[in-house]
Design a protein around this ligand. Structure first.
Ligand code: FRU
Length: 481
């Protein structure tokens, strides 16, 4: 490894050590969610099961709590719930990745791990970083243990992308199908409207290879009409015979009960004889969800992990863990199931196998302080659940086919524990019949109707404010661990 790499890794070690106490004493640290040991985390990368062990890598900025990148962090698990943090595995140590080791994926084959990622370069100067000033290179590194990476090999550079594509090309997801390798990349294509105004369009590029090293452009996956100006983190997989494209379109216009966050992430069904725009569904309706990635476990399950965070939210909401030197986490890993034309997402079964303790139905309020909470609710009529105290709380309401989460009080003022978040709404195909609510310190994940809709959101309650009240809630089962 280049000396630069060694120096970078040493910096992380000393920062993690220096901040260990502060970070770990933060009341918002979670038990079962992947977090940055220090600093900032974004996208999950390289998810796989390798030699029996689950590996999760992630975009990691240990030296800057507000992001900026620089590393692939690493953690391992045997049950997808309890994670052990390792040293980062990739850093910016070659010219092609000097501004960032961006997102990518892992392919496991014959006892070896192949890691594909984007090396990002932003040249100093007065550039728009769309058509000029940026270099995006797709790079391969190999590993025998998931921790030590080989020399990096450049696979695709600017000269290999179609001419109409801007300099934004990234996030390779690689898989093998019928003896060949495929790579899908998120991209931004140059385009203009009728009046000649620049109106770029998001797209995905597919490359194919016989040997993982030489890649040939195969095709674009496009929407008919422009569907956002850039697609990030594409992922293509089969679920019960359905071809699914998961991607993160940037630039969709917000609608009343749709596309409520700054950027979206969702999936389209490609086997349908329909434009992918019309089958597009959002993965999550909460405030904090972006850049998910899936992988196939050895037992055949398709598992998805998202970033419980969003880019560019400085003006809308804040994460109150920042004062303790860290920010963001990943979602609980979920199993995907295709049914009735859509994908249902539920926490991996390993979560339910933990030794949860049933809490006897008692009074109006339950305190959970240091515990993780699992609340299953049958909904027959209007249901309301409050998390927090009367002065500082999040409310979940379900009625008819509508579910809502809100940090707003009766006067419309946002609660402190929401860090500036307001409310989010979702409609299910039929009426809401059941809710599963998981609370792990500072993250709430709400699964509606067995995962037909999911809301992921962070919540910042002090330990003594951690209450659940069920003012309108008929039948429920509350467990803690
Ligand atoms: C998505 C993303 C990716 C990129 C990475 C950089 O959140 O912007 O497209 O590879 O983050 O950290």
């Amino acid at each position: 490894m280049a000396t630069k790499g060694l120096e970078n890794f040493q910096k992380v070690k000393s920062e993690e050590e220096r901040m260990e106490r502060t970070v770990n004493s933060c009341p918002f640290r979670t038990r079962f969610h992947i977090m940055p040991p220090v600093g900032w985390i974004n996208d999950p990368n390289g998810l796989c099961q390798f030699k029996g062990v689950y590996h999760a890598y992630f975009q990691y900025s240990p030296l800057n709590v507000n992001g900026g990148g620089g590393y692939w962090g690493h953690c391992v698990s045997t049950d997808l719930i309890r994670w052990e943090y390792k040293d980062p595995v990739l850093t910016t140590d070659i010219p092609e990745d000097r501004s960032g080791v961006y997102s990518g994926s892992a392919l496991v084959e014959d006892g070896r791990m192949y890691v594909f990622y984007t090396g990002n370069v932003k040249m100093p100067g007065d550039y728009d970083y769309i058509d000029a000033g940026r270099v995006s290179t797709q790079i391969l590194a190999e590993s025998e243990d998931g921790q030590h990476m080989s020399e990096k090999v450049k696979l695709l550079g600017m000269e290999d992308y179609p001419e109409e594509i801007t300099q934004h090309v990234r996030d390779p997801k690689v898989w093998k199908e019928n003896g060949r390798y495929y790579m899908i990349l998120g991209a931004r294509e140059r385009a203009w409207d009728e009046e000649g105004k620049r109106r770029d369009r998001g797209t995905a590029l597919v490359y194919v290879s016989e040997d993982r090293k030489k890649w040939k452009f195969s095709r674009k996956i496009d929407s008919e009409e422009t569907f956002g100006y850039m697609w990030e983190c594409p992922d293509l997989f089969c679920l019960e015979g359905e071809k699914v494209l998961s991607f993160c379109p940037q630039g969709l216009k917000s609608e009343e009960e749709k596309f409520q966050n700054i950027y979206q992430s969702g999936y389209s069904l490609l086997s349908r004889d329909a434009d992918l725009e019309s089958t597009f569904r959002e993965w999550d309706m909460g405030f904090d969800f972006y850049a998910p990635q899936s992988f196939e476990a050895d037992d055949g399950r398709r598992i998805l992990i998202g970033w419980a965070g969003m880019p560019d939210t400085a003006d809308t909401h804040r994460n109150l863990s920042v004062k303790n030197g860290w920010q963001h986490c990943l979602t609980i890993p979920c199993e995907l199931e295709y049914r009735e034309g859509r994908i249902f997402r539920t926490p991996v079964r390993e979560l339910f196998a933990l030794e949860w303790e049933a809490v006897p139905e008692e009074k109006e309020r339950y305190c959970w302080a240091e515990k993780a909470v699992k609340l299953e609710v049958s909904v027959r009529r209007r249901t309301r659940i409050r998390i927090g105290t009367e002065k500082n709380e999040m409310t979940i309401t379900a009625e008819g086919n509508k579910t809502e989460i809100s940090f707003l009080d009766r006067k419309g003022n946002p609660a402190v524990c929401g860090g500036g978040r307001g409310r989010r709404v979702c409609r299910t195909a039929g009426d809401v019949e059941n809710l599963l609510i998981l609370i792990d310190s500072s993250i709430v994940e709400l699964f509606v109707n067995g995962g037909e809709a999911v809301f992921t959101t962070r919540i910042y309650l002090e330990r003594e404010e951690r209450e659940i009240r069920l003012p309108e809630c008929e039948k429920y089962r509350l467990e803690m661990i």
